[in-house]
Write a protein that binds this ligand. Structure first.
Ligand SMILES: Nc1nc2c(ncn2[C@@H]2O[C@H](COP(=O)(O)O[C@H]3[C@@H](O)[C@H](n4cnc5c(=O)[nH]c(N)nc54)O[C@@H]3COP(=O)(O)O)[C@@H](O)[C@H]2O)c(=O)[nH]1
Length: 684
């Protein structure tokens, strides 16, 4: 037989021709396979169409050409068919164009002249297999999804739920299947949301949103839910499929992040960022309603001292209490915000008249003066408030805030515990201050400073033993500017480090001159601002080298500090004071009696001189309280091994009372006003 001739089935079939016709024309894919040679003996038209080969090409083709399985597997499967152990098989068949299809092959044996052949009908089950696979995957997803899924019928009765549903809600399938899905409803949900959801599902078959839900144990949780409806061919509802996840934690952490970004952690008040939002909203609303807005800027008077003397923990508690007090003074619709430190702001909307605002401000000032009963002792503070109005003083939030700040500054300047309305002249004052800052920078570069010296007299002998160096600014346009005016600005702008360095070096130069003139024990005291102690404002090495270069010892210098430095307790301060001491310099505590006047600090920090503040000296009279206080300070100071210098002595009576009380030194206009170095030479 030729390879491309169709086989004759002869006897076993009976009518060769009839079979041939049937085989050839049948719409099913048919192959005749010789298991011995492992070749296709014959293939019909449907097979040719399916495989993409001509019928004559298929004839005599090795079966391994179309079957992708290994020859061993194919052989073993054919053996099963020959032995009639199985009559259907699953294979992958490769077509002429390379495509591989899933096929189901039904085989039966036929006895022929050639021996036992396999008559195979091949079914292309690729699509079915794909569908089955897709279904299998869907089922896997359904079973393993972290998203809860449920299917309900059109009445809302649960048909099926996946494991994630049970995990999240606590309902096992047997507990919920057949029950109304409304069982998940929670009274925490706003009824309107629920109604909207139902309306949307009924109208569109869909809904997506967030819904408070009840677990089996009663706990409420928020779910992100999407509902879809499956329709049948007739358009009727087959079922509704819900998919959801528990977003309670995510919502909570989102809310926490939002709170942290918008609210002050210490007081719980809106922070600066939220304040700006609220101010913008208030201004927009006022614009729409043609109404007014009042903006208050509030700063606590004396708060720094609380921090310095009682510590930051106590300071924090004062701020919390102050925040609560502020909220009591305004309406719920007004905003109280903490802008930072001890600065607060209040936005009062719908301002009908100034008197309403004034009433609120009076309430604020009054409540802030009440003692804060937080620690062992009541803490007394007050507040300074600046007020500005929209739209009269400005229309922009930034402008209004600047105005309120300037007005607050004016209230502070006027003596604290008061309020001040913004006036356009304040802008001029602020501008002038800005100019002063610029001038101060120039002054340092152009050496516009000089030092004046005030003698410090030994009361027992009347001899001048020391002098306090006091800086002066010879302003090119404004003349002599008081340090009381520019030292605070230098401190606020950080220029104090450079200025303080200049003062020290110049004072040391003058001290060296007096040393060379024979005043070997003469001491010059230099004021060192608390701000100089911060962030490396003092270069101890450089100062010491400077003294060595001038040929004088540390003993010729006294460093004057204020009590607030000691309250700071920072390692920098302790370290700095120790370094002064190592260099031989002495330390004087300025303005004693005006601050906390802690004896513990005096002992701890190894102070050499206590300077009694002018405030106690100016009212000295026989039998006066101030004299009693001065006497007490002197006795106490001596007991601690320190010496006393009285400041601001203007009269002989003051001098005599102090001398009689045992005070060691005194300075003041009685002896001399501060004078320039050349004039001071004449006093020595
Ligand atoms: N950090 C630095 N601060 C400095 C420096 N130089 C000065 N200052 C501080 O500036 C404040 C004002 O100083 P000043 O105007 O020089 O006033 C001093 C004296 O002139 C004044 N004084 C002295 N005797 C009398 C008096 O009998 N009556 C009277 N009414 N005033 C008098 O007191 C001021 C000295 O005060 P104090 O330093 O507290 O002893 C002032 O706080 C200076 O400290 C500097 O270089 N660095």
């Amino acid at each position: 037989m030729k390879a491309d001739e169709p086989i004759s089935f002869s006897s076993s079939v009976g009518s060769d021709e009839l079979f041939q016709r049937l085989f050839r024309r049948h719409g099913s894919i048919m192959l005749l396979i010789d298991p011995a040679s492992e070749r296709i003996i014959d293939a019909n038209r449907a097979a040719a169409a399916f495989y993409g080969y001509r019928e004559d090409e298929l004839r005599n083709m090795p079966i391994t050409r179309i079957n992708t399985h290994s020859p061993e597997e194919i052989r073993s499967e054919m053996q099963q068919a020959v032995e009639e152990k199985r009559n259907y098989f699953f294979f992958h068949h490769r077509l002429a164009d390379g495509q591989v299809r899933n096929v189901e092959v039904h085989s039966s044996t036929i006895e022929s002249r050639m021996g036992t052949l396999l008559f195979s009908i091949v079914f292309d089950v690729t699509k079915r297999r794909q569908a089955e696979e897709a279904q299998r995957m869907a089922s896997l997803v359904y079973q393993n999804s972290h998203e809860a899924m449920s299917v309900v019928d059109k009445r809302g009765l649960v048909v099926t739920v996946n494991p994630a549903f049970s995990e999240i809600t606590g309902y096992a399938p047997q507990d919920i299947i057949g029950r109304d899905i409304a069982i998940l409803g929670s009274d925490r949900e706003d009824p309107q949301t629920f109604n909207d959801m139902m309306a949307s599902v009924l109208a569109t078959g869909k809904w997506q949103g967030e819904l408070w839900t009840r677990r089996r144990d009663g706990e409420k949780f928020l779910r992100s839910l999407s509902i879809n409806t499956v329709h049948g061919d007739d358009g009727g509802i087959v079922c509704r499929v819900s998919q959801f996840s528990d977003i309670t934690r995510r919502k909570e952490s989102d809310a926490l992040i939002w709170r942290q970004a918008n609210f002050d952690a210490l007081t719980g008040l809106p922070n600066r960022s939220m304040f700006h939002d609220r101010l913008e909203q208030a201004l927009k609303k006022a614009q729409r309603n043609d109404a007014g807005v009042a903006l208050l800027f509030l700063d606590l008077d004396g708060f720094k001292e609380v921090n310095d003397t009682l510590g930051h923990g106590m300071g924090d508690r004062v701020l919390q209490a102050a925040a609560r007090r502020l909220q009591q003074c305004v309406r719920e619709t007004d905003t109280v915000a903490r802008l930072g430190g001890d600065e607060f702001s209040v936005i009062i909307g719908d301002v009908a008249n100034v008197h309403d605002v004034e009433r609120a401000v009076h309430a604020i000032l009054h409540i802030m003066c009440q003692p804060f009963d937080i620690g062992a002792e009541p803490i007394y503070l007050s507040a300074s408030v600046g007020i500005t109005f929209y739209p009269d003083d400005g229309e922009e939030g930034a402008t209004l805030l600047k105005n309120a700040d300037q007005a607050m500054y004016a209230a502070k300047e006027q003596g604290r515990n008061r309020f001040s309305f913004f006036m356009s002249s304040m802008q001029d004052a602020a501008q002038a201050r800005k100019r002063l800052v610029n001038d101060l920078r120039v002054a340092l570069a152009e050496n516009q400073f000089c030092l004046h010296y005030q003698p410090i007299v030994e009361l027992r002998t009347g001899a001048i033993h020391k002098a306090e160096a006091l800086v002066r600014w010879q302003h090119p346009r404004h003349g002599l500017v008081s340090p009381a005016a520019f030292i605070p600005i230098a401190e606020q702008t950080g220029l104090i480090a450079e200025l303080g360095d200049w003062v020290f070096r110049q004072a040391a130069r003058d001290a060296a001159r007096w040393y060379r003139a024979g005043k070997r024990d003469f001491q010059v005291s230099v004021n060192v601002s608390p701000l100089q102690f911060q962030s490396g404002g003092i270069d101890h090495h450089a100062w010491l080298r400077h003294l060595q270069g001038l040929g004088i010892a540390g003993q010729n210098i006294v460093v004057e500090i204020t009590e607030s430095i000691l309250m700071d307790k920072g390692a920098e301060v302790t370290e700095s004071l120790l370094r002064f001491r190592d260099a031989g310099m002495q330390v004087a505590l300025d303005d004693f009696g005006t601050g906390y006047s802690s004896l513990a600090y005096l002992k701890k920090f190894d102070i050499d001189y206590i300077k009694i503040d002018r405030a106690f000296v100016q009212n000295l009279a026989p039998g006066s309280d101030d004299l009693a206080l001065c006497e007490a300070i002197i006795v106490m100071t001596h007991k601690l091994g320190m010496k006393v210098i009285a400041e601001g002595v203007e009269t002989e009576m003051q001098r005599d009372l102090l001398a009689a009380s045992g005070c060691d030194y005194a300075q003041g206009y009685l002896f001399s006003r501060p004078v320039c170095a050349e004039d001071f030479d004449k006093l020595l």
